[in-house]
Design a protein around this ligand. Structure first.
Ligand SMILES: [Fe+2]
Length: 143
């Protein structure tokens, strides 16, 4: 389980609100993955995963748009410094979406028990790391 704390906050209101919801979704998934040991909740798991995918794509789109809007206001020096960060940040987003899509490719039709606690652990770990190491740097640049 991911517990939200002040440490997750970038102080960019929209980003923090969306991160909170993503944390909620991953925690819901984790609850359901544990529950699947007792009863069949595959449809529930897939519906949360679908929401997670949809919301993540939209969240990344908005975060990238926010960066682009701010780039337009940067002086050349800041922009030169920001550009590699932006490129790498976008690449990380794309990787994560790919990872979520792989889950669907593998699980949608068969082998229900493949949605494992390990996978949810990976999603949670990824999000936590990304917020701490990457999104947190936005504070410096987004005014
Ligand atoms: Fe991000």
């Amino acid at each position: 389980m991911l517990t939200w704390s002040k440490l997750f906050e970038t102080n960019i209101e929209s980003v923090d609100r969306q991160h909170r919801y993503l944390v909620d979704l991953i925690n819901d998934l984790s609850t359901e993955v544990i529950a699947q040991l007792q009863y069949d909740n595959y449809d529930k798991i897939m519906s949360i995963l679908t929401e997670l995918k949809k919301y993540t794509i939209e969240h990344f789109r908005q975060e990238e748009q926010l960066m682009k809007d701010n780039m337009a206001k940067m002086d050349d020096e800041t922009l030169a410094e920001f550009w590699p960060f932006f490129k790498d940040h976008k690449a990380q987003h794309a990787d994560f979406i790919k990872k979520i899509e792989e889950i669907f490719d593998k699980d949608v039709d068969e082998s229900q028990d493949d949605v494992s606690a390990e996978l949810i652990g990976f999603l949670a770990e990824w999000l936590k790391n990304h917020i701490f190491k990457v999104d947190m740097q936005l504070r410096k640049y987004i005014k």
